[in-house]
Write a protein that binds this ligand. Structure first.
Ligand code: UD1
Ligand code: UDP
Length: 654
């Protein structure tokens, strides 16, 4: 029997942990204990949320309550420790980043009990946030790290945490949403407030950086009163925010401006309000995620987010430190585009339960263990650690996927080849799906006209410069990309990696005979490479689903799609979710080069940045238009922007 003890304490904890507890119930060999720390205790912050979720009545209630960080954390630490001594669980399961999470992880670790952390790896790199301290320290103590976004693999890897402990499982908060969205929407809670669907903005605020600073709170209140002049505003007030507004005498200002200040809502009413909102303004972590999935525009009153995936794949926009922009937010009344994010699919709890159930005996000892993280750090050269982008507490480190170079509406990662390869390797090891796209001048030009292509490219987890012209333009426009990481070079590097690590490779695309020749060459060059399958790229739209199913059944670790732009991008965008492949990329005509049908420019020509001239000489008819028309347009676009020095049409896109 495996005994799992969960420690919860705050509103978001119940939402995140309910699906895990539900899923573990299906395992007869697992027993569970639920401990409520009492960090949140008001009816509306605890009991109502618990009821709405059907969360089990806690077995133990600790009554830790409010206080300074030290007092609160210490009370939870001491009281959880006693429960652990009495009940001797095999695993302590915590979620999120609140003080109860850190305290419970610490109590368990000191007693030699393994810790599982749900929603691990998120980093804002803002050490002034209490939650950042809680996240980093809890991850450091965890035996099982359950992550919901691929980019966070980079954070934990940079902190020296072994990847064998990290499991990409998806988002349990979205499990709760998926289960209850229909019920929540059917309540039409906006009607009880006399409002119409899409005709209001929903606002939540509770971060200390917004509500504990009187100056910032004043700025927010002023912007909200301006917003309320043209848009109905609903503000369910977190107790921390209510207390600060009352102390500062600002609550009456909001009420006079007819901002509807309500008590915190139950989960179903709040979720219902989110589905019906025309826009959401928030500083909540969970609300950024929920609105992303629902397709509701979200404006986050923070300078940073530990959830960049809600920007790259969702609906989130960061407003920064200055909340004045709140006043001009427009409601979105048009059709909603629901956002598919890998693993945010309603089944994360089940995946967590499966990992816990398979946890080896050796991972759950009740006596001191070897610290594997430290061992690993010792094996790394000191220079490896210095180069780490995510050192604990370094405020200017960049969350993966957000602070990318921007070039005429295209985001580009500032990464060298070895970093790109390392990211691919880590993602495959954790099975956290990432897609790579290589951007050349033609693609940048195509993206000016094709909004869908632009969106698809910018959603990719890895975006690199395929052409020298892209690197040149990035330098000219003052947002430089360090070097080219071309699709073909990356593909060749990844074949080597796949052979070395035993990853299974699938190649899709090209003419059948060319593909056969490429596969034969590949086998000669990499005799130990495991090919999961290959298939030519000549199939109709009707056959696409069957092709995707065939790839899925082959269970590759890497997928190379050798089709022309934008076909390969659209294929991966439409089918990426169902393929369930940890790494995929489009490689265009690289298969022709691999097959020997076409030659690549000699290295010296490549280094001189003249590969385009070499290719043009080889295929003048096919490439004439691309190089002389499209590339000239690219140069013109770049020069125009350089002269203007003003942001281009898409410059604000992530
Ligand atoms: C906590 C978490 C935060 C999370 C938020 C979710 C930490 C450090 N912060 O912030 O990450 O986003 O929960 O809502 O753990 N209070 C009540 N009734 C309650 C609970 C709190 O009146 O049921 C008041 C008390 O005055 C208390 C204040 O709210 O001092 C803050 O509560 P606390 O749990 O310390 O932090 P939160 O701001 O809720
Ligand atoms: N929530 C709620 N009632 C409210 C406001 C939020 O039930 O009045 C839910 C919301 O849907 C989400 C969770 O609480 O599931 C987010 O919690 P919160 O914003 O308090 O914390 P954070 O996510 O920032 O840690």
């Amino acid at each position: 029997m495996l005994h799992v003890l969960h420690v919860v304490g705050t509103r978001p904890n119940f939402v995140k942990m309910a699906p895990v507890i539900d899923a573990l119930r299906l395992y007869p060999a697992i027993s569970q204990t639920v401990v409520h720390s009492g960090q949140h205790y008001d009816q509306c912050m605890s009991a109502e949320i618990i009821d709405d979720l059907g969360f089990p009545a806690p077995d133990v209630f600790l009554n830790a309550g409010s206080g300074t960080h030290g007092e609160q954390t210490a009370r939870v630490l001491a009281s959880v420790e006693q429960v652990l001594i009495d009940r001797r669980p095999d695993l302590v399961c915590v979620g999120g980043d609140v003080n109860s999470t850190l305290a419970a992880a610490l109590a368990a670790t000191k007693l030699g009990i393994a810790v599982a952390h749900v929603e691990s790896g998120l980093r804002s790199f803002d050490w002034s946030m209490p939650e950042e301290v809680n996240r980093v320290l809890t991850d450091r103590m965890s035996e099982l790290l359950f992550i919901h976004s691929p980019e966070v693999v980079e954070h934990v890897a940079a902190e020296g945490i072994e990847l064998r402990r990290v499991h990409f499982v998806g988002n349990t908060m979205i499990d709760s949403l998926t289960r209850l969205e229909g019920v929540a929407r059917a309540r039409r809670p906006w009607e009880r407030l006399g409002l119409q669907e899409r005709e209001y903005a929903l606002v939540t605020l509770h971060r200390p950086s917004n509500v504990d600073s009187i100056a910032q709170l004043r700025r927010i209140v002023s912007a909200l009163t301006l917003l309320a002049r043209h848009t109905p505003v609903v503000l369910p007030l977190h107790p921390r925010a209510r207390a600060r507004l009352e102390q500062a005498g600002l609550l009456s200002l909001l009420e006079r401006a007819e901002v509807r200040c309500t008590a915190p809502m139950g989960y179903l009413d709040f979720l219902g309000m989110e589905t019906g909102a025309g826009a959401v303004v928030t500083d909540s972590g969970g609300v950024q995620e929920e609105t992303s999935v629902l397709g509701v525009p979200c404006y986050t009153v923070r300078p940073n987010t530990e959830r960049p995936i809600t920007i790259t794949r969702g609906t989130n926009t960061l407003l920064g430190d200055d909340p004045a922009a709140i006043a001009t937010i427009a409601l979105e009344r048009g059709a909603r585009r629901r956002h598919l994010i890998h693993g945010w699919d309603g089944h994360a709890g089940e995946r967590i339960a499966a990992v816990i159930a398979a946890m080896p005996e050796s991972a759950r000892p009740h006596e001191p263990r070897m610290d594997a993280t430290r061992e690993r750090r010792r094996r790394l050269a000191p220079s490896d650690l210095d180069a780490s982008p995510a050192r604990v507490g370094v405020a200017d480190a960049e969350p993966a996927g957000v602070h990318r170079a921007q070039l005429l509406g295209t985001a580009i990662d500032r990464l060298e080849m070895d970093e790109v390869v390392a990211r691919c390797e880590r993602s495959i090891d954790v099975r956290a799906p990432i897609q790579h796209v290589a951007v050349n001048a033609a693609k940048v030009v195509a993206m000016q006209q094709d909004e869908d292509l632009r969106r698809i490219v910018n959603r990719c987890e890895l975006i690199t410069a395929d052409g020298q012209s892209v690197v040149w333009a990035s330098h000219l426009l003052g947002d430089p990309v360090p070097s080219r990481v071309t699709g073909i070079d990356l593909m060749l590097e990844l074949f080597e990696l796949a052979e070395r690590r035993g990853y299974r490779v699938y190649v899709l695309g090209g003419r059948a005979e060319v593909l056969d020749a490429a596969v034969a060459k590949l086998r000669r060059k990499h005799p130990r490479l495991e090919l999961a399958g290959w298939r030519d790229g000549y199939f109709s739209a009707d056959e696409e689903a069957a092709v995707a199913a065939q790839i899925r059944r082959a269970r590759p670790d890497m997928l190379f799609v050798a089709m022309p732009t934008p076909r390969k991008e659209y294929f991966l965008a439409r089918r990426g979710e169902e393929l369930d492949v940890p790494f995929s990329m489009g490689v265009g005509g690289a298969i022709d080069v691999l097959a020997g049908v076409r030659r690549r420019a000699p290295k010296v020509v490549q280094r001189l940045g003249l590969e385009w001239a070499f290719r043009l000489a080889q295929e003048p008819r096919r490439l004439f238009r691309r190089y002389l028309v499209t590339n000239s347009r690219f140069v013109l676009l770049t020069l125009r922007q350089a002269v203007r020095g003003t942001p281009g049409r898409f410059e604000s896109q992530p």
